[in-house]
Design a protein around this ligand. Structure first.
Ligand SMILES: C[S@@+](CC[C@H](N)C(=O)[O-])C[C@H]1O[C@@H](n2cnc3c(N)ncnc32)[C@H](O)[C@@H]1O
Length: 226
């Protein structure tokens, strides 16, 4: 487990505190719609931090080709129909490029600045000329509007229970997922980034915002600067 990260609940837990069984249960949201609206039909997608394939499977159903990357083998074992690669995103060197590189799940807010730099460089290194990088950022009140909870119609409650300053501009966030038969928690480190800080981090990696895809500016389409 990474320092500052923790997960509790049944089944295998990844180094960043995610539970494999939990992610197998979570339904997909509007992610595939946002992605499909921003990229060409049938695009080749490199999905970074795919987990069990919650979003991967929906993208495959829509006719995209997906290469799924995750550092957790137990997560990747549940991915069906996609090529899988197990390893840290920040060290990925496939020697090939993709129409679309996807960095979702707020991974760009990872607490460790060097890891974030590595992840964004991986995005830049693997995007084809004329292709794009899709990034999912935290909403602007992500750390202020706490505690907050949402009851999902499928029968579970997800709660961001707290977000407290931990070290050096990084918050310790605690998420809770309550199902009728099981509870999972995840504690993780997240570095809030203003729009300007986010855009500077992209530029440093050779990427720039092409456009914000959603009104809340959570989803971003980025392209190479050269
Ligand atoms: C919150 S889960 C989200 C999974 C998936 N994107 C989804 O939405 O269902 C984050 C995933 O990213 C993976 N991950 C986090 N940091 C990583 C890193 N540095 N390199 C590779 N995988 C990473 C974890 O193992 C986990 O499966």
């Amino acid at each position: 487990m990474r320092e500052g990260y923790e997960g509790t609940g049944p089944g295998a837990i990844t180094p960043d505190g995610c539970a494999v069984e939990l992610y197998s249960r979570l339904p997909v949201g509007d992610e595939p719609d946002v992605i499909a609206a921003a990229v060409p039909a049938g695009a080749r997608i490199l999905e970074l931090g795919s987990g069990v394939g919650r979003v991967t499977h929906a993208l495959l159903e829509r006719g995209f080709t997906v290469t799924a990357v995750d550092e957790s083998a137990p997560m990747l074992e549940r991915v069906r129909g996609a090529r899988t690669i197990c390893g840290p995103i920040e060290e990925l060197e496939l020697g090939e490029t993709f129409d679309v590189v996807l960095l979702a799940s707020f991974l760009v807010h990872t607490g460790d600045t060097e890891v974030r730099r590595g992840m964004l460089r991986t995005c830049a290194r693997h995007v084809a000329q004329g292709g794009c990088v899709l990034i999912q950022r935290e909403g602007e009140d992500y750390h202020e509007n706490v505690p907050r909870e949402r009851k999902d119609p499928s029968g579970f409650t997800v709660r961001i229970a707290s977000s407290e300053p931990a070290v050096d501009g990084v918050n310790a966030v605690r998420a809770e997922y309550e199902f009728p038969d099981a509870v999972w928690t995840q504690t993780f480190r997240a570095r809030p980034l203003t729009k300007e800080q986010f855009e500077d981090a992209l530029l440093e990696a050779g990427l720039k915002v092409d456009r914000y895809l959603t009104e809340d500016r959570i989803w971003v389409r980025a392209v190479a600067t050269v």
